[in-house]
Design a protein around this ligand. Sequence first.
Ligand code: ADP
Length: 402
Amino acid sequence: MKILVINSGSSSIKFRLVDAQTFYPIVNGILECIGTQRSKISCSIYNEKGIHKKHEEFLLINSHGEGVKFLVDYLHNRGFIGVFGDLAAIGHRVVHGGEWFKKSVLITESVIGRIRKTIPLAPIHNPANLIGIDICRDTFPSTPQVAVFDTAFHQSMPAKAYRYPLPESLYSEHRVRRYGFHGTSHQYVANRAAEFLGKPLSQLNLITLHLGNGASATAIQRGRAIDTSMGLTPLEGLMMGTRCGDIDPAIIFYLARVSGLAIDKIETLLNQKSGLFGVCGSNDMREIQQRFKQGDEQAKLAIEIYCYRIKKYIGAYLAILGRLDVLVFTAGVGENSPEVRLQVCQGLEHLGICIVPEKNKAKINSATEIQNDAGAVKIMVIPTDEETEIAQQTQACIQNSQ
Ligand code: ADP
């Protein structure tokens, strides 16, 4: 039996078909640039030794609906799945589960209704996720479908961490609170760290740093998230590729007054034109590091702000955790930039965070420790794998419901 994972995002649909027992990939791919003349499917086809074939094709896909239909046909026509046969379940990534979903759930009409009610909190992502769910339910009516939420792992945060110091009515009437995102990734790397160290996650305190284009930090105490850096939306927290992260909210009113910018323009500015891109004109950390090496001052400043802000979150999370066992770096920058890891950890030796530059610089493809033996804190680089986490949670969910 197989599990199909669908991550129907704002402009792309990622998919992975895996073996339902081993979670080993069968096909892994992405359908990109939906709604343009150059939509493209790229996928890797696996055999027992690893990737044995790659396929790329340009297409014309006008909408997410068309995209999901195309993918289902693609997998069926090439014999990867039989329409009513060998799919044990379909796992869907859903960005926002609001306060309703504290873990993955089997999708029913009432679950769909709740995801729909959460659209105001994720107006771009949840509708795209729902399209994926609708089409898969129509095509595979007897196959269980599971929703895996980006917000669910953070639902264990206490009120003092998730509430804003704002009037109570904003929470009770509009659900204005901190939710957190990237939960699937934080949960995956936390589990991998525990597995690697041979300890139950329930005995570990961790800080997990997901540093991709979007970036977030999570404080995990005895296996449960107690705080995370993203808030009502993914805009809060760390400096990101194009998002500003924490800023004085009064900047918005000040900008509206002095520049006359409309509120939606300011929203675009903070989400798409700020962060690394805002400070140095690029959101690609590889390019920024290259420019830094050539003496570019803006690139240097962008990296300094980026690392400084991560360091401040580590300090804050150390304070609330009391004891830190593992610091995890993951996602594009976290997994691939020894320079960022070093700059973040430098100066934290007195807190037991002692990175070894040689271990840090080595090429890392799987969970690896990079700390000094004397340091109290394990520093780990762990490649994230949200699709495997979604497949595992999907499997657990259908087993529990039987
Ligand atoms: P997304 O949030 O889109 O999934 P990723 O996790 O793929 O993002 O991370 C994208 C970021 O990772 C980009 O800033 C990219 O420059 C950075 N990155 C990827 N490879 C490297 C590398 N070798 N060195 C430094 N940064 C890298």
